[in-house]
Design a protein. Sequence first.
Length: 286
Amino acid sequence: MVVQRRWLLVVVLVASALLSGVPPLLVQAQGAPTVVLAANPTLGAILTGNGGLTLYRFLNDEENTSNCNGGCATVWPPLLIGDGIVPSGGAGVSGALGAIVRQDGRRQVTYNGLPLYFFAGNAAAAADTQPGSTNGQGIGQVWFVVKAETGFVGRAGVTVAARNAGAAGVILTASDGFTLYQFRNDTVGQSVCYDGCARVWPPLLVGKDVLPAASAGVRGPLGITIRRDGSRQVTYNGAPLYFFAGNATVARDMAPGDTNGQGIGGVWFVYTANGVFLPFVQSAAQ
């Protein structure tokens, strides 16, 4: 009898939410995936929850800790999951799903340590009520969609260094010596490498409220560009910087000084410390 009453309550809550235009927020039973990757015509593949509604991250959250409570949680309802339920992901959801306990004792779903939310609307923007709606994107410059490659960066610092790579000369690297690349299809201060591209070419990211630092020999100005998921990617002379994680035909850079990504597709190149492309030396496709 207790179980029946509990399920009746869940049905009533879900029905009420649907009638009011607010997403049913509670995943109560194990079954269909909790989080699904969906194609968005503007933002590419993004994470969605109940009813195909867009999920967001909050840049002011900490890893596995939500800082959105009270009135904030009314505008940004958390994706909740019932006790004993393990969150699951659909095809392409490659990150780690988990759950945290919020201040009110409810369990909120996380992705790579990021608490997940819906957008219920505010005075300036209507609620997401249909699959594909992204009305919450970029609000306050702290709310962003979540992509498969999105992860928690925190306040980690980044140093861009200059390294002698032999025949390649002095090139840009991260502080651990791994080579950094530039994508010729990018524009100044804006990346167009997302989804599958970003899995092969992970962006160099810096933490919240942190500026990238330059070591001796790095002559060009360093900067930041905000990616679609709110991540902060380091730029050099306005060019977004990337690592090379390997593709179907070329092994990833395994050690400091490797330049396996050089020239791939005629659009990926190492960047010299004085801000020029090295000539095309490799013809493998991305």
